[in-house]
Write a protein that binds this ligand. Sequence first.
Ligand SMILES: [Zn+2]
Length: 215
Amino acid sequence: MHDIARFITGFKKFQQRYFCDDSSLFDELKDGQHPKTLVVACIDSRVDPAILTGSSPGDLLVVRNVANLVPPYEPEGGHHGVSAALEHGVTKLEVEHVIVLGHSCCGGIQALLAPRDEHGDHTEFLGKWVGIAEHARTQTLRELTHKTPEQQHRACEQAAILISLENLLTFPWIKERVETGRLFLHGWYFDMQRGELSSYLPESASFEPLAPRCR
Ligand SMILES: [Zn+2]
């Protein structure tokens, strides 16, 4: 109950700030949202995009799932929560940026890399979901065979971001907007051990710091 009481106290602070002290932001937002950025983030409790980026209500459209994955464009059947969020953000709200926000110490990627036996990974949903990034797993295990588990995890976390960026471009309405300069895709990586944020640079095919660690 301690957490629940803390959440209510937290909401009261939010209420004080946005509805008592100054209601101008929600006076505007209640008539509609116009976020310019959609973030695909992990469900991980340590990686809240709004907290990490110092954003305010109305700034970010956020879709969160295990390991911040984007599935490929598969319009036939199924319940596609991520694809529906992308469709709403890109075609209805016309966001200008889509950020795939990965992170270190990702439990989803850990599940992807976990050893399997002949019965698979013994999960009902998790294994199938993180299988979206199967190519990142095989690539990591092939190229970094002799590296430490931490180095493999980090490489796989970053490779999975690139798979999601590739998958974004399989959505025709995303590809068309990217090609005409109306939409920009970003692959970001939050390193929680170092307190650092990096971005994927296609020119160097590597993640380069946007905000290097502090000393
Ligand atoms: Zn994660």
